[in-house]
Design a protein around this ligand. Structure first.
Ligand SMILES: [Zn+2]
Ligand SMILES: [Zn+2]
Length: 310
């Protein structure tokens, strides 16, 4: 009898641990004021229509597969494709680039040689960064920064970088040799702790949680509004289900979600926002099938613009 009780306790403990580390990702029931879309809209409300961005474009630089339960707790739906991307907000007064994707070396490391990489797409990202009016990153993780930390012409992109202190602090480890080229190391930090209008129709605001330097970027064109959420959700299902990553993910990727409660609050806020504002285009960084559906419905255009003839 005694052994049976002991066995029962063990099974309950294992079931509890499985729930805690693998299944539980529930967002809190409320997260009032965590994402203040009205404040972002107000900051660009007076921007003249002819100055607003005209379109948002995407480069699919790399991709790899991972099990869906790693991206969303309890989602046992087989493999998912994750892509590593860069976005271009095209505007009459100059473009804004968001994120620097991966280079081939990083993609190979992340995917253990199993991933796909487009040299052409990465080349277009490197080129667009030299011509852009400003370059932002959603956060400082390796799969968002390589076209910056390892850019072949750091002096040509440094004047355009709009990075926060936590983002700049996270960059050196991604540079070759662990040291940023001096022009990038000397960039003066931007402060997005309160929402800031960074360009006509474009607002950035700090949203730490997934990483210390995570920010949200809001953009409006004549036709649509966008909210770039980086890695707050790896898949849109996370927003739809108000369910975050499983806790075990930090055994594999220790830098992910240092403030997990903050991420879960943001997911609740995004979930409620998506329901209240169905026309808002929420853009997670890696959800490949969802991002391709945004290309199919015209919310994103594929490939960055070519350089204008001199
Ligand atoms: Zn990340
Ligand atoms: Zn990422």
């Amino acid at each position: 009898m005694k052994w049976l009780i002991g066995f029962g306790v063990l099974v309950a403990a294992l079931a509890g641990a499985f729930w805690y580390f693998v299944l539980d990702g529930a967002a809190p029931a409320r997260a009032d004021g965590v994402i203040d879309l009205a404040a972002y809209r107000a900051l660009v409300a007076d921007d003249a229509p002819e100055t607003l961005p005209t379109e948002v474009r995407i480069e699919f630089v790399g991709e790899s597969n991972a099990p869906s339960f790693a991206a969303e707790a309890g989602a046992f739906g087989g493999e998912r494709t994750f892509s590593y991307n860069s976005f271009q907000i095209v505007a009459p007064g100059g473009d804004t680039i968001i994120d620097g994707a991966v280079d081939r070396e990083t993609l190979n490391q992340m995917s253990e040689g199993e991933g796909g990489f487009s040299e052409d797409a990465y080349g277009r990202v490197l080129g667009a960064m030299t011509r852009a009016e400003r370059v932002l990153i959603t956060h400082e993780h390796l799969d968002h920064v390589m076209a910056i930390a390892r850019h072949p012409s750091p002096d040509r992109i440094a004047p355009h970088l709009r990075l926060t202190s936590p983002q700049l602090q996270g960059l050196p480890e991604h540079a070759h040799g662990g040291r940023l080229p001096p022009p990038i190391a000397q960039v003066r930090p931007s402060d997005f702790r309160t929402p800031q209008r960074v360009a006509p129709g474009v607002v950035a605001v700090a949203a730490p949680g997934h990483s210390p330097g995570t920010i949200l970027i809001y953009a409006r064109t004549a036709a649509r509004e966008y909210l770039f959420i980086g890695d707050i959700a790896w898949v849109m299902d996370s927003v739809e289900h108000a369910r975050g990553r499983p806790r075990f993910i930090r055994w594999v990727m220790p830098m992910v979600d240092p403030d997990r409660p903050a991420v879960l609050r943001q997911l609740r806020a995004l979930h409620d926002l998506a329901a209240a504002e169905p026309a808002l285009v929420i853009v997670p960084a890696h959800d490949d099938p969802y991002l391709r559906s945004l290309v199919a419905n015209g919310a994103l255009a594929e490939e960055f613009t070519a350089p204008r003839p001199q």
